[in-house]
Write a protein that binds this ligand. Sequence first.
Ligand code: THU
Length: 174
Amino acid sequence: MQGGFFVLLKNRIMKKEQYSFEYEVFASIEELSETDAWLLKEAREVTDAAYAPYSNFNVGAVAKLANGEIVAGTNQENASYPVGLCAERVLLASASTLYPNVAIDTIAISYNNTHGESKHPISPCGMCRQSLVEFEDRTKQPIRLILSGLEGKVFVIRRAGSLLPLSFGSIDLK
Ligand code: THU
């Protein structure tokens, strides 16, 4: 009886899948192309427009749309903490409202941690990743991400969706 159990386990069909993604790492803004450097500079500057009196963590995001337009977003917090919005989702909502159905080529994201350092790239939180993936899906175009603090290293990710493997999406509701 026990032998049979082990035979069953041995014959079970199991596959392992692997997921990996590549991203580029630049030592500083100086290594970027002129367009990317401009976008990152704008993202760094727009952190001043954030409303983040609770976290003191001002995030700025600036997008270049497929039609050439530029749209920005910053985090907007609230005394009722969960009401606060991340810069990325503010940006996506603005872009989608101002230019409905226009794809986004690239988003540069930066931050100013006014009580700490702002030298290491941050990447979008889980909720924003979910929003970015759906934006990519519905506009049928990958969104490039340029991630950096106010100084230092820059990460470039070819497609926002690569940050959320096995993601849930509209197709799952069909
Ligand atoms: N935040 C963003 O706006 N984007 C991110 O990618 C990470 C976090 C905001 C949310 C909150 O207002 C503050 O940063 C600290 O978490």
